[in-house]
Design a protein around this ligand. Sequence first.
Ligand SMILES: [Ca+2]
Length: 372
Amino acid sequence: MKMLRWLNGLACLGISLTASATSITPEVVASGLQNPWALSFIDQNQMLVTERAGRLRVVSTDGQVGEPIKGLPPIQAGRQGGLLDIITDQDFKNNRRLYFCYTAPEGDDNNQANNSTALASAVLSADNRQLDDVRVIFRQKPTYAGGFHFGCRLVQQADGTLLLGMGDRFHLSQQAQVLDQHIGKVVRLNPDGSVPSDNPFVSQVGVAPEIWSYGHRNIQGAVIAADGTLWMHEHGPQGGDELNRIKPGVNYGWPVITYGVNYGGSTIGAGLTAAPGMAQPAIHWTPSIAPSGMAQITSDQYGPEWRGNFLVGSLKFQHLVRLTLDGNQVSSQSVELPNLGQRVRDVRQGPDGLIYILTDRTDGQLIRLQPT
Ligand SMILES: [Ca+2]
């Protein structure tokens, strides 16, 4: 029934559902991960995996799960918050540096009610057991006493700059349109946390210089495509989940325009779906799929039909959505792993060209997608 409604929702968008010649089989690599949130490979056979409760482990492609890595900063885990995304520096092989975002208590006191999304960098010890030189390089301002909408997806561009997508803290949605702080924003930072001189608002008085784009609700997936374009998806309220191509200085509209409605069905604001000066999404989903995690397939492992496609995890429908892009538009989408039966939290391509996903439950799994 749910699926039927979802398919009807897609039909309303006029986007065709394609049948796929490729089929994939999920292969469980590791189990027993507690609400794993993100993975990032550190070599051919090993990856870092975050657990939302505040642990970081090395997991290998043959299924070995390492002990928690020491040296994480104070993390306020609870509700949607905790240790969230992680990526390795583009020069990780030489500098062992990584970046992670998480829910940080205000100050360093973990008893503080106020918290915010923070971004830290650290160096992973040669034996993979310890984080050294841990530096908190950014904190979302203002802090807030809440447990929802931390966003927290992170990518590094070829120029080394970091892009962090955040959320609106659920109760602060109006501030996504206010530019003197970081609620509902994407920010761009140098690896040391300083502000790049070519950020779109650096010369504007009264605007937070870290801002790259704004008007976001809760960003849960980010990819830099092979052509260098940046894409992020975000949760809508009831309906109206979006995938956007992210460009500097652009207003993505939340909460002024949205294809969703309030929980319960009332309209949001004036009930607008479009307005001057506000970007339209590349695709939107009603009912919500609750996207989480996203990867572009750049390998040939799944054949030419899938090469270049995006794979988006769905928390709600417990499957993957495969998107074919045509420039700035999505030309088709299809459901993959319809019988997975687990909430998909993260989706990444490994060095072997295969896709790895994490599932969100207390006995979460690392799953490799084998082409068949
Ligand atoms: Ca939008």
